[in-house]
Design a protein around this ligand. Structure first.
Ligand SMILES: [Zn+2]
Length: 329
């Protein structure tokens, strides 16, 4: 008999859904279905998740209800996992206070689990991706912000209040750039794709010379890919900002390694499209900064499931919570 878990990855612009079949080893990962997030409309978001979820379930062609075991929802946090409620999602404020887990569970007639999206992504890479078979893994998502998830000794770490793994708000540069969270010098201010672009634009506005100034004038904004491209063409400002980002990430990786003795640090999110241009400098800085006490560095790698890490991870979280003895590795 098949045994399916569905994952839903709720993002600010896209909702992704997919089923996994855990009756095989390794589990079979089904096709990913995508729907636009009707931002600004909380009821519309719930209705879209339920409708698209039913489409995924219909396509499975499951003949027995017991084949459909549960649904995991990965959502931006902070959230109350036990109550199944999003507490405060900066990108989806209309969902604050929504009992999302129960609404989706009732709509799909399935046991439902709610998890922070970056935690779900870390679990996804641990179960099915680059971290398969690795017991201690940290995942950093590098996109608009910097998110994180920690799998330590085979368990997803939540902490006392469920806020473990907020790695974008580790202070990397004490007294540094102010952060939206109220601290200063957070990793996110230096290493998110959005902030790399923003820092380049701010420096040009303050009079720094750069090959990016024409592009900034034409478009009114820049992307992290523009900064990397200019760095590749020898632009000094772009080179400094890119180096600061990769140095900051290397500092974070060394600190994570000291904290957890993890075997692998996985990078995910839009910034990782830079590939070796990102990995190479991070690995170099890491090698310079890392202690000399032992010779067991963490491997720093890119996510294997790319953009689908979160949706398969959300399904994996439901598997872990509902089939406890099978989900935990
Ligand atoms: Zn912060």
């Amino acid at each position: 008999m098949h045994r399916y878990f569905m994952g839903i990855d709720l993002g600010g612009t896209l909702i992704k859904l997919a089923a996994i079949d855990v009756s095989t080893d390794p589990p079979a990962l089904g096709e990913v279905l995508r729907a636009s997030t009707p931002a600004g409309n909380a009821e519309g978001i719930v209705a879209t998740m339920i409708k698209a979820g039913r489409d995924v379930l219909d396509r499975l062609g499951a003949t027995k209800p017991e084949e459909l075991a549960g649904v995991g929802i990965g959502a931006p946090g902070p959230l109350d996992r036990h109550a199944g409620v999003i507490v405060n999602a900066p990108n989806l404020p209309e969902l604050s206070g929504m009992p999302l887990r129960d609404r989706i569970g009732q709509g799909l007639h399935l046991p439902a689990v709610l998890e922070n999206d970056a935690n779900a992504a870390a679990w996804g890479e641990h179960l099915f991706g680059a971290g398969r078979g690795v017991k201690s893994v940290v995942l950093l998502t590098l996109g608009t912000g910097v998110g994180g998830g920690i799998v330590a000794d085979g368990r997803l770490v939540h902490g006392t209040h469920g806020f473990a793994g907020e790695l974008g708000h580790m202070i990397i540069h004490p007294g540094g750039l102010p952060c939206t969270c109220g601290q200063a010098g957070c990793l996110e201010q230096y290493a998110s794709a959005a902030n790399i672009a923003r820092r380049a634009a701010a420096a040009i506005h303050q009079g720094r010379k750069s090959v990016l100034s024409t592009l900034l004038e034409e478009r009114g904004g820049l992307s992290a890919a523009d900064v990397n491209d200019a760095r590749g063409r020898g632009d000094a400002l772009a080179g400094e900002i890119w180096d600061d980002a990769t140095y900051s990430l290397a500092v974070a990786c060394v600190n994570l390694q000291r904290l957890l003795d993890c075997q692998m640090i996985i990078l995910a999110g839009g910034l990782t499209r830079a590939g070796e241009d990102l990995l190479g400098p991070i690995r170099r800085h890491y090698a310079e900064l890392n202690w000399r006490m032992t010779d067991v560095p963490a491997q720093i790698v890119l996510a294997a499931l790319e953009d689908d890490t979160g949706v398969y991870g959300a399904a994996g979280v439901a598997w872990k919570e509902i089939d406890r003895e099978h989900g935990e590795r």
